[in-house]
Design a protein around this ligand. Sequence first.
Ligand code: HEC
Ligand code: HEC
Length: 299
Amino acid sequence: MAVGERDPFTGHMTTGHEWNGIKELNTPVPKVVYFFLIAFTLFGIVWSVLMPSFPYGSGYFKGWLGVDQKNTVNKRLEEGVSDRAAWTARIEKEDFAAIKADPDLMAVVRETGHTLFGDNCAACHGIGGAGNTGFPNIAAAPMLWGDEPETIAETIRVGINGASPDTRVSEMLAFGRDGVIERPAILQLVTYVRSLSGLEERTEANAAAIDAGAELFKANCVSCHGDDAKGKKDMGAPDLTDHFWIYGSGPDTIYHTVFNGRKGQMPSWGLRLSPVSIKILALYVDDLRAQHAAAGGGS
Ligand code: HEC
Ligand code: HEC
């Protein structure tokens, strides 16, 4: 065994051990490693004494601080339930305007409403309420029955052509199928209806059809859709002059609507959801509409 010597490359002493020409450097473990080793050991001991730690037989050492996750969870749950009861009670008794003016309550409405909407409404109206063919865009389109939050709540509660005895009732008549209007006249109506929202430009070729359609409209349609075709809220009849369509604006679709009629069905949610859930949903829909309008409207 040779005596330690200085290694010419690293400047460290060697231990004097040598294996097949390889010499071991004498580099002791750095002090900082000892420091952490001791610090962590001490921390481990203190922590095991303060917190629940060693198991024995049927139980475990509970620790001097008496911390218990089960208690913590139970306490949080209790707090959650009492918070919930408190805000539910407020939403139940305050009127719509007061709730809308209260940012804390609206935060609850947005959170709870989002879940309620996702669970009950999104299947038909889409996650953001933008609708689908046959299901109106309730985030942006003018409401058939009125857009005050109180009215929206009532619509949700009773439904449209729903199962509740109070349901709102509406129906677009089957003018063609019932033989009220003949096929060529329906085609004129289609051209006229499309011209109302600018989908059909008036040209020499269609001017006669539009004028004839206008007469037919006056005779058959204004009782529900209004003299100006902007819809009637007491009939649940849609505005035909805007760019929102429940069923579609193509000539074939409008022809189908006028020939066969339509009777959209919206479930009567009062039969399934609590009054406070319906109130939250109405405020949620109202809020979706406000956000949509603030973002610049459009479909
Ligand atoms: C089974 C499909 C379906 C589900 C689920 C559904 N709706 Fe509807 N909803 C409709 C249809 C269809 C209409 C339009 C009825 C019509 O054309 O007259 C409608 C219309 C509406 C309107 C518009 C009323 C108006 O005045 O224009 C609102 C608001 C509404 N729904 C809210 C909801 C809410 C909130 C939920 C969830 C609790 C929900 N809907 C779930 C089918 C549905
Ligand atoms: C008895 C009332 C009533 C009369 C009369 C009536 N409508 Fe309607 N119309 C409605 C209702 C209600 C709806 C909505 C149906 C639904 O949402 O399911 C509707 C929907 C429509 C739609 C579909 C709009 C969309 O967004 O997809 C068109 C188009 C339409 N009507 C055209 C006409 C024309 C044209 C006439 C006259 C020939 C007419 N309606 C007469 C009540 C009526």
